[in-house]
Design a protein around this ligand. Structure first.
Ligand code: AP5
Length: 228
């Protein structure tokens, strides 16, 4: 299954992409995570992307399409993927279609997370991310035992630089202007599935599973956990 999780910053697409990836045995590809790794590593691409990310702006399309091509060429996406944070512009969406077509594939489903805007800023200000393993917590809805330490690996929990209030406001504006219009593009292809992203993580997960159970092509041999 080739799936895109689309939605505003903080809507929960990374959290849910991780769950679906584990349940379905296909990789989660988060372009935000890949960029942050490259920034940490001080690579050339990371240095080019850093300023855009700090300002809450989009990294230019040609950089992002190159990054996605490299990721798809690593060879673990033969059975599909869950894309988290890509595409974010029309050129990226069209580029993704072309890359998939070259591999004889196409997108099956785009899950669009609809969340009350006030919830988004609340969620982001309470997010903590492990500097070592990348695990994501929320001080309100999914708190770690110790606010500063990852329960899973003992790594230090940090606030993402772009989760500061002013940057979040900018990211939300960029989403509305550049990314939200992609819903029309995918709706016209008949693969857009809006879901209510309010409510707890497990409730949202069940809503996504309902969509995937309907769309998931069993004849391709994939199973969600619990599906016979
Ligand atoms: P990226 O990392 O993709 O950030 P984003 O899209 O802004 O999304 P977030 O990671 O902030 O939110 P999320 O929806 O994944 O929410 P999460 O599950 O973590 O991109 C960062 C930057 O990189 C961009 O600004 C840009 O500069 C650049 N970039 C990346 N991709 C790009 C591209 N394709 N083109 C150009 N530039 C690109 O949840 C948030 C919090 O809420 C967590 O604490 C979580 O625990 C909690 N939570 C989740 N679900 C629930 C729930 N149902 N109930 C309660 N709490 C919940």
């Amino acid at each position: 299954m080739w799936a895109v999780f689309l939605g505003a910053p903080g809507c929960g697409k990374g959290t849910q992409a991780q769950k679906v990836s584990e349940r379905c045995g296909i990789p989660k590809i988060s372009t935000g995570d890949i960029l942050r790794q490259k920034v940490r590593a001080g690579s050339d691409l990371g240095n080019r992307a850093k300023g855009y990310m700090e300002r809450g702006e989009l990294v230019p399309d040609e950089i992002m399409l190159g990054l996605l091509l490299d990721r798809l060429n690593t060879g673990d996406t033969d059975r599909g993927f869950v894309l988290d944070g890509f595409p974010r512009t029309l050129p990226q969406a069209k580029g993704l279609d072309s890359l998939l077509a070259e591999q004889g594939n196409s997108l099956d489903v785009v899950i669009y997370f609809k969340v009350n805007p006030q919830l988004l800023t609340k969620r982001l200000s309470a997010r903590r991310t492990c500097s070592k393993c990348g695990a994501v917590y929320n001080l309100i809805t999914n708190p770690p035992s110790d606010e500063r330490v990852c329960d899973l690996c003992g790594g230090e929990l940090l606030i993402r630089d772009d989760d500061r209030e002013e940057t979040v406001k900018g990211r939300l504006k960029v989403f509305e202007k550049e990314t939200a219009p992609l819903t029309d593009f995918y709706e016209s292809k008949g693969i857009l599935f809006p879901i209510n992203g309010d409510g707890g993580v497990e409730r949202v997960c069940r809503r996504i599973e309902e969509v995937l159970k309907g769309k998931w092509p069993r004849e391709k041999g994939y199973r969600l956990k619990g599906q016979s």
